[in-house]
Design a protein around this ligand. Structure first.
Ligand code: AMP
Length: 216
């Protein structure tokens, strides 16, 4: 099964993606992470991508579609992907349908994590990502400890686009571009709305229950 996680920036898609990928043996595809990797490579596209990300704007669909096709076409991940941060526009959602058909796969579940902006502004400013293992923590809500994290705390980093102006732009972009995607998946009976404000383990439990109750 392929799964899509939708929700405002900072709604917890990355965290749930990490948990669910382990539970269901899925491969997590974060287009944000793929773009940040692309920036590190210092490729010809790097500067363009970095400028857009730092402004909180979306990277053009053709770049994203290529990155996603590389993964969908990889037989190692056949029908076991969990998307975090993709699709972000209706065009990307429609293109994903073309790609899953092309590679004989399907989208089985779409989860929308519902949160409110005030809460996640605080989540943003507390967010820390471990540059060694990729786990995501939050200074305020879910700090890294010896129990939940094995790497040295020196690897914890803030993201360069987690500043106030960029965050506001990302919210605006999300409201404009991403909301139509909800209707797109609602009309296909694939969309499940999940409360993203409760405890992390309760959110993943609810998602797991929905998957188990509908899986054939
Ligand atoms: P994320 O890590 O998902 O919060 O994404 C960080 C930034 O990468 C976003 O604010 C966008 O600038 C860019 N980005 C990530 N995914 C996409 C996508 N599917 N389409 C366009 N831009 C994206």
């Amino acid at each position: 099964m392929n799964i899509i996680l939708l929700g405002l920036p900072g709604s917890g898609k990355g965290t749930q993606g990490n948990i669910l990928s382990k539970v269901f043996n899925l491969y997590k595809v974060s287009t944000g992470d793929l773009l940040r990797d692309e920036i590190k490579k210092k490729s010809t596209l790097s500067n363009k991508i970095k400028t857009l990300i730092d402004k909180g704007l979306l990277v053009p669909d053709d770049i994203i579609n290529n990155l996603v096709e590389n993964i969908l076409s990889n037989k190692n991940y056949y029908n076991r992907l969990i998307f975090d941060g993709y699709p972000r526009t209706l065009n990307q959602a429609k293109h994903l349908d073309v790609l899953v058909k092309k590679y004989n796969q399907k989208v089985s579940f779409v989860f929308n994590l519902i949160v409110n902006k005030d809460f996640i502004i605080k989540r943003f400013f507390g967010r820390q990502v471990c540059s060694k293992c990729g786990l995501i923590f939050n200074e305020f809500y879910y700090p890294s400890t010896n129990e939940n994290h094995q790497c040295d705390p020196k690897f914890l980093q803030k993201r360069s686009d987690d500043n106030e102006k960029t965050v506001r732009n990302r919210f605006d972009t999300h409201s404009k571009e991403t909301s139509p995607i909800l209707n797109y998946y609602r009309n296909q009976n694939l969309l499940h709305e999940v409360d993203g404000l409760v405890d992390i383990s309760l959110i993943s439990k609810e998602i797991r229950q929905i998957i188990h109750s509908l899986e054939t």
